[in-house]
Design a binder for this molecule. Structure first.
Ligand code: TYD
Length: 212
């Protein structure tokens, strides 16, 4: 059986993760892998309901802890009912956001202690981290501009946060990547989608030598 990799995509708003996930899915599918693409918050019926609450502007300023526990609740459903079973069956899982989003957004940006978040996460969800995490770098200004032009959709509750908040997310990701260079693959998200996809595939092939 081919090794079923668990690969997550992280980055500020508008970093182009969804396009890159589609392109990477095509790469794995062409190479003969079964591939599942999924996202957080979401990934299950209950997770999507929690997502609606988390992103709904009418919820206003949720307490940081409320936000964290909702993120962890949807992750518990997602990890146990979707991600782990897929990996067990030999399916590659490509996930749009995961644990590092909780660290960057609820930790570095909302001000909850990142070590505590990591502790809670590991205590309840186990020591289970992605095989690789692709971090797409884009400045908060450029990313939010892209997010705004992404269809006709209005900015959601978290996207509508202050510039300062988004700068903290950006810096938080840099710290996370610096602390775990083995897992993170950092790439500049500017340039064309195809150029970026080629860079992602090249980096993954270097990391996982069994990839074609
Ligand atoms: P989404 O529309 O998926 O954003 P994007 O297209 O930029 O990925 O919304 C997900 C939002 O949830 C995004 O603002 C990041 C946030 N988030 C957290 O704050 N913590 C988390 O643990 C996760 C998974 C997401």
């Amino acid at each position: 059986m081919k090794k079923p990799y668990f690969i997550t995509f992280e980055g500020p708003e508008g970093s182009g993760k969804s396009t890159q996930i589609k392109l990477l899915k095509d790469f794995f599918a062409k190479a003969g892998y079964n591939v599942l693409t999924t996202r957080e918050p979401g990934g299950t019926f209950a997770g999507d309901k929690i997502r609606e609450t988390l992103l709904n502007k009418d919820c206003g300023n949720l307490e940081p802890e409320t936000e964290l526990f909702l993120m962890l609740a949807q992750r518990c459903e997602h990890l146990r009912k979707v991600i782990r079973p897929a990996l067990k069956k030999g399916t590659v899982v490509l996930c749009d956001r995961y644990f590092d989003s909780s660290m960057a957004y609820q930790g570095f940006a909302r001000g909850l202690n990142p070590s505590k978040i990591s502790e809670i996460h590991h205590a309840f969800l186990g020591d289970f981290l992605p095989d690789a995490t692709i971090l797409l770098h884009i400045t908060p200004e450029k990313g939010l501009e892209r997010a705004k032009h992404n269809g006709a959709k209005q900015l959601d509750r978290i996207e509508s946060e202050s510039k300062e908040f988004h700068n903290k997310v950006f810096n938080g990701y840099e710290t996370l990547a610096k602390n775990d260079p083995q897992r993170f693959i950092e790439l500049d998200a500017s340039g064309t989608a195809q150029e970026l996809s080629d860079k992602i595939i090249c980096a993954l092939k270097k990391k996982f030598t069994d990839l074609p």
